[in-house]
Unconditional design. Structure first.
Length: 229
């Protein structure tokens, strides 16, 4: 998508900050243009060596992922590059999973999130940071959303075994949140995938990605579904 506003347009308005990034992270702010609200993810405030290297690369990477995923409900739409240091996409109103109540996220919410993640995988994109609750949105209509594809990997040309491993890592994030809020409603096969993913995560060496959170002890998960049958 072509840019529908410029950095100068933003500077002439009172853009609302959504989150101020630290020295190595992007600022997020909200800008209204052409009757729509946009999220601007901007690395321009970062130190020069971060802005020119890390920031520019992250903008390019995330833009590639969002363009590939365009058209999937619940994922950022209309993405374009503002300039070398900033990415824009349509704002999705709602709250993060960290802020939402269990009543706002019934089992049907996680079923819809699971389906959305599988649609994402069908287009060859693995998010890899779904365990972070602030990357999951509860949209204003109650449906799930997913943001921040900065850490994604493309699995299109990956070996089948690696692709299954990465996809399972994403799904395990969905199932972890699902079990945490409604443990009696998740099936045993989903819990088996979650436990297997937890065992593999201890070997992931890159800190800062959703795959690398080594638990202090082996976690176990239970479901009441099989007991009721």
């Amino acid at each position: 998508m072509e840019a529908c506003f410029s950095r100068k347009d933003i500077e002439l308005t009172d853009a609302a900050f959504l989150n101020r990034g630290r020295w190595g992270n992007a600022d997020l702010y909200r800008h209204r243009a052409e009757g729509r609200d946009w999220v601007v993810k901007d690395f321009r405030h970062c130190p020069p060596f971060v802005r020119h290297l890390w920031g520019a690369v992250m903008v390019h990477r995330e833009l590639l992922a969002l363009r590939r995923l365009d058209g999937i409900d619940g994922l950022p739409q209309g993405a374009f590059r503002l300039d070398r240091y900033a990415l824009c996409y349509e704002f999705m109103p709602g709250v993060t999973l960290a802020e939402a109540t269990p009543e706002q996220t019934p089992p049907a919410f996680f079923e819809a999130l699971e389906d959305m993640v599988k649609q994402m995988h069908a287009r060859g994109v693995c998010h890899l940071d779904i365990r972070y609750r602030r990357n999951i949105l509860v949209l204003s209509n109650g449906s799930p959303g997913l943001i921040d594809f900065q850490s994604h990997l493309s699995a299109t040309r990956a070996p089948a075994a690696l692709r299954r491993w990465l996809e399972a890592a994403d799904l395990s994030g969905v199932y972890k949140h699902w079990h945490g809020r409604h443990p009696g409603t998740i099936t045993q096969d989903r819990l088996a995938l979650l436990e297997a993913a937890d065992r593999r995560r201890q070997w992931w060496v890159f800190k800062g990605y959703g795959l690398r959170v080594k638990p202090k002890r082996r976690q176990t998960y239970t479901s009441d579904i099989e007991k009721k049958e």
